[in-house]
Design a binder for this molecule. Structure first.
Ligand SMILES: [Zn+2]
Length: 284
């Protein structure tokens, strides 16, 4: 099927109380693992690219892999640019065939975040490209944060309402206490804030920092209104461990294609598990 934007898939997910997985790919093998996992589970899926990955490969290579795999696939697939602060790169992705983009101006003061996010909506909407925008700061667990400090990074519900009314993003990422990277302890998630924001803003909510959350945490966040769940760190681990573990177990065999097969299997197995957990299996 041709690529689509996130509107239909996230709208259905929000209405029915499940979430669509958004997986950060690294190369062709990981892109194929995401799409074949979605096929196996018969689920809609979001292929997500970090700005770094786009810069590493260039837009032409990525759009070629994704379109080729999507064309022979029967599930709805969106291609989304994750956390991007650079309007030129956002424009390049829009022009190259991405169907969705995220503007992350969350480190800027509120008014500036509003204005940059609105600017991206103006660029994207006439071309039928969906836009995700962020409010508050979704920190990395490597950032040394204390509980008090973490609270200061959370989105504010009044501002969230104003932000969504003025920006009209297609998907909204409020900071609710999850973090990027690998959790060292129990994450402190502001469920009340999530519930309040999800009930009062129009767009579906994106949950960032998904890797490492317990199953019941995912389920609770989805039940409170998260319709998109981002998984990135988990794929980085499967990508490297899948490769290294195979080689360590077969260290006299120098057959790269077998190593890539093992990497593919490690990636795909984890992704199918995520899709089942998020409730999107069978929803293609
Ligand atoms: Zn994120």
């Amino acid at each position: 099927m041709p690529l689509e934007n996130m509107n239909v898939m996230l709208g259905k997910a929000k209405d029915a109380g499940y979430a669509v997985g958004a997986f950060n790919i690294l190369d062709y093998n990981s892109t194929k693992a995401v799409i074949l996992a979605a096929e196996e589970a018969n689920a809609p899926v979001i292929i997500q690219t970090s700005a770094k990955t786009v810069i590493f490969w260039g837009t032409t290579a990525i759009i070629t892999w994704v379109k080729q795999l999507a064309d022979s696939s029967s599930v709805p697939i969106a291609l989304h640019l994750d956390h991007c602060k650079d309007l030129d790169l956002i424009e390049e992705c829009i022009d190259s065939g991405w169907t969705s983009v995220m503007i992350d101006a969350s480190s800027k003061p509120f008014e500036e975040n509003l204005s940059l996010s609105r600017q991206v909506v103006k660029m994207a909407r006439p071309k039928n490209i969906t836009v995700e925008a962020e409010l508050g700061a979704i920190v990395g667990v490597e950032d040394d944060i204390h509980v008090k400090h973490q609270d200061a990074h959370l989105a504010d519900s009044e501002q969230a309402i104003e932000f969504c009314e003025k920006v009209e993003p297609d998907c909204f990422a409020p900071a609710i206490g999850t973090a990027h990277g690998v959790y060292k302890g129990e994450p402190k998630i502001a469920y009340d804030l999530l519930e309040q924001i999800a009930a009062e803003v129009a767009p579906p909510i994106a949950l960032h920092g998904g890797t490492g959350l317990a199953d019941d945490v995912f389920k609770k966040c989805i039940s409170l209104g998260c319709a998109k769940v981002n998984i990135s760190t988990q794929l980085k681990y499967a990508f490297i461990d899948g490769f290294v573990n195979y080689h360590n177990a077969n260290n006299t065999e120098y057959n790269p294609l077998k190593v890539l097969d093992a990497q593919f299997d490690a990636l795909k197995t984890g992704i199918v598990e995520n899709i089942n957990l998020f409730g999107s299996a069978g929803k293609a």
